[in-house]
Design a protein around this ligand. Structure first.
Ligand code: SF4
Length: 555
């Protein structure tokens, strides 16, 4: 039989129409997708007993209360703890997705030396050799913890201890030089303030402990025309905080210091406050020219601030002029202003990335990845996840989320002292250890993290002050033994100290500080490299742009 071109076309069209109605291709597609989901190397959700454990997040110094849902001993979901005295049930997006972090492809599982797989024994030999050849500097990103004590003790013998803290802690540094109180002991008494003047600090968008200010705002201000709590946002762009504030005053970017000086001058000239500081050299007209505001707008701002005390000014980063404005306002060492929350916090020295004349630098896993050391020293960097791009001779795999025991001291901006313990809820991979364990393995005279936490619990128990908040609030004085206190803390309870005494901070300011250009505020996202965001946070906040980076804010 002769097959014509027409027959072929008819046959092809018939075959195509037949394929569309037969279930075979769809069945093949379905089977292959089911088959490929069950390949042995694809992680499977754990099956086993489900339990909920309470702890504190230790991914950053805010130490939010967390409820972790565990299946067969593995975390599968995270939620906030509404009874936590500071975070009050809130978590940042990173915390909400934290249970995904330990599975991240950037997770470090082996020691690497200049990109080549190595071993712990080689890293220990290299570090021991470096210690014998010259001074060693240890950089800590989360001072005040038990591991920080290990670092400090080691550094006293071998070199120096430095800290790399976030912008919220840096904003408190000027009061240390004027009041002689370590900035680690200071906090903002937001709960008793009536007017908060934020110089670009993202108070409603990722500042301080999540939940603390947002809950306060919801209770005392949101939706009210004349709220009990006034938030005045001074910022160049209409950020989310600016959009929700009681008043937003747009000013020229980088002119925060000039505005603080202009407002202080009006407060002193018009005697709106009792004179507590030197007159700024800048006139109101000069401040207006630099900020882009009118002199009348600056005067109105000063009068509004003085009208509803207690008032406190919050800087987005280290800014001596804004700190001086608080001194002029009488807010340093006053209820509703800057308060001293602790008598035991120690001063520390900030880490400068350009560190010379040291043989080696050990960087703890708590130091953010954007801390890029500029040094010729041999760098030993501990990290649970590889944030990339940072110079490190040795990359040392550290425990990930919930994989290590650590204590959780007071959050940086808190007005009240707290203490909690984040116990190790998950078994760490075999090739992993933290910087404190590494140093203890080299120097047997060092106390371990466990012993230091135990000593801190004994100290708290002996002082018999404050309250332990777990399932219920119990005064510490009612605990009959330190073991009972530890038992509660290990189960996720939080010790809360007694309210601070504002008058225990006094700042002496002899002359108005020189102006400095202000920098961008940080949020949870700027402190955490996108490469190691958990998929939940990445999906919700990075791809969808629900949260803008500060530099992408509306002009
Ligand atoms: S702010 Fe986020 S990362 Fe920091 S402790 Fe709270 S939940 Fe954890």
């Amino acid at each position: 039989m002769k097959v014509t071109r027409r027959d072929l076309l008819v046959w092809s069209a018939g075959a195509a129409a037949g394929l569309m109605v037969t279930p075979v291709p769809w069945k093949l597609l379905d089977d292959s997708s089911i088959w490929s989901q069950n390949w042995p190397w694809i992680p499977q959700p754990m099956r086993g007993p489900v339990e909920v454990k309470q702890t504190c997040c230790s991914l950053c110094p805010n130490g939010c209360g967390m409820r972790v849902r565990m299946a067969a001993g593995w975390p599968v979901g995270v939620a906030g703890v509404s009874s936590h005295p500071i975070s009050r049930g809130a978590l940042c997006p990173l915390g909400f997705g934290a249970h995904q972090l330990n599975w991240h492809p950037q997770r470090l599982r082996t020691v690497r030396h200049r990109g080549i797989p190595s071993s712990w024994s080689q890293a220990q030999s290299a570090f021991t050799r470096a210690c014998s050849e010259g001074p060693v500097v240890i950089i800590d990103g989360y001072p005040g913890r038990a591991p920080s004590s290990v670092f400090e003790t080691f550094s006293q013998k071998r070199g120096a201890y430095r800290v790399a803290v976030g912008s919220e802690s840096r904003a408190l540094a000027p009061y240390e030089s004027w009041g002689g109180v370590p900035s680690a002991a200071l906090g903002y008494d937001l709960e008793n303030a009536q007017t908060i003047v934020s110089f670009g600090a993202p108070l409603l968008d990722g500042w301080g402990t999540p939940g603390r200010f947002t809950r306060l705002w919801a209770e005392r201000a949101a939706g009210m025309t004349d709220p009990q709590l006034r938030l005045i946002q001074l910022e160049a762009s209409l950020s989310r905080t600016a959009a929700r504030a009681w008043q937003w005053i747009p000013l020229r970017a980088g002119s925060d210091s000039a505005l603080a000086a202009g407002v202080a001058r009006v407060l002193l000239e018009e005697r709106l406050v009792a004179a507590r500081g030197p007159m700024p050299p800048l006139t109101v007209s000069d401040a207006a020219a630099q900020t882009g505001l009118t002199p009348d707008a600056i005067r109105d701002l000063a009068r509004t601030m003085a009208a509803r005390p207690p008032v406190v000014a919050i800087a987005a980063d280290h800014n001596r002029a804004i700190a001086a404005l608080n001194v002029v306002l009488g807010s340093a060492g006053a209820r509703g202003g800057l308060v001293r929350r602790s008598k035991r916090a120690q001063p520390w020295i900030s880490a400068d990335p350009a560190i010379a004349s040291v043989r080696a630098m050990l960087i703890d896993s708590s130091v953010p990845w954007d801390f890029a050391p500029q040094t010729d020293a041999e760098v030993f960097r501990f990290a649970a996840w590889d944030g990339g791009s940072s110079k490190a001779d040795w990359l040392l795999p550290a425990p990930g989320f919930l994989e290590e025991l650590t204590d959780v001291p007071t959050a940086p901006t808190s007005a009240i002292e707290t203490f909690a313990v984040a116990s190790s809820l998950v078994k760490a991979p075999p090739q992993v250890q933290n910087a404190a364990q590494f140093l203890c393995s080299l120097d047997s005279s060092l106390s371990t993290t466990e012993k230091i936490i135990h000593a801190r619990c004994q100290e708290l128990f002996r002082a018999r002050k404050g309250t332990v908040i777990g399932q219920e609030a119990t005064p510490l004085a009612k605990f009959t033994s330190v073991q009972k206190l530890e038992e509660q803390l290990w189960k996720g309870a939080v010790w809360v100290g007694e309210p601070s005494q504002p008058e225990s901070l006094r700042c002496e300011l002899k002359e108005w500080p020189a102006a400095v250009a202000s920098s961008h505020p940080e949020s949870w996202l700027t402190r955490w490299p996108e490469a190691v965001l958990p998929p939940l946070a990445s999906k919700l906040y990075t791809e969808s742009s629900l949260r803008e980076m500060p530099e992408k804010g509306n002009a």
